[in-house]
Ligand binder design. Sequence first.
Ligand SMILES: CC(C)(COP(=O)(O)OP(=O)(O)OC[C@H]1O[C@@H](n2cnc3c(N)ncnc32)[C@H](O)[C@@H]1OP(=O)(O)O)[C@@H](O)C(=O)NCCC(=O)NCCS
Length: 186
Amino acid sequence: MIRKARITDVPAIADLISQYARTGKMLFRSHAELYETLRDFFIYEQDSPASPRILGVCALEIVWADLAEVKSLAVDGRAQGRGIGRNLVHAVIAEAIELKIQRLFALTYERIFFEKLGFAVVEKSALPLKVWSDCLKCPKRDQCDEIAVVKTLFPAPTVQEINPDMLADLRYDVPTPLVKLKLPQA
Ligand SMILES: CC(C)(COP(=O)(O)OP(=O)(O)OC[C@H]1O[C@@H](n2cnc3c(N)ncnc32)[C@H](O)[C@@H]1OP(=O)(O)O)[C@@H](O)C(=O)NCCC(=O)NCCS
């Protein structure tokens, strides 16, 4: 069963992520960080009331108005190949759609897995700089060999779709070229 994470799940989430962080496949997440970002997480729990066990985790981290990251995706080694990873990413996609987030991305070594879920490989430089804040915590830093994959959930709004009244309200916040391009004639 997939559900949102609870506070009592944090030690198990940390253990699962650490299995792969130790081999350099993903970044460690401290307990403190997991408590802070707990609401980002979905977990897959084995349906056994006697001994519930967390077999998969995945988080949706919002980065900016139009962008969020599929983060900390991990499925227990003994449970891989059963569709748990796919269903966790589907849960994250559903939440992102609910939140009207335009694009999802992941930094990963699992190209085929993500391509099967409709993500496309892009140049890492296509992602905004803010995405790279986590790289400061990564031992690989400038030697990063992950690829970036992106999935578009909603097309970018066209100029015609932007309400001119809204832009008029934003008159003093919008960069000058945008104001020139889109504001209606006075
Ligand atoms: C990547 C990972 C999450 C996949 O989880 P999973 O539950 O085993 O994947 P699923 O069973 O949902 O697989 C979905 C599809 O992807 C394919 N797939 C999964 N992993 C794959 C791989 N390494 N190479 C090629 N195909 C893969 C499956 O065959 C399946 O294909 P199908 O739809 O044609 O049947 C899991 O292997 C994992 O936790 N890896 C270690 C941590 C990691 O690298 N996380 C990613 C960080 S971004």
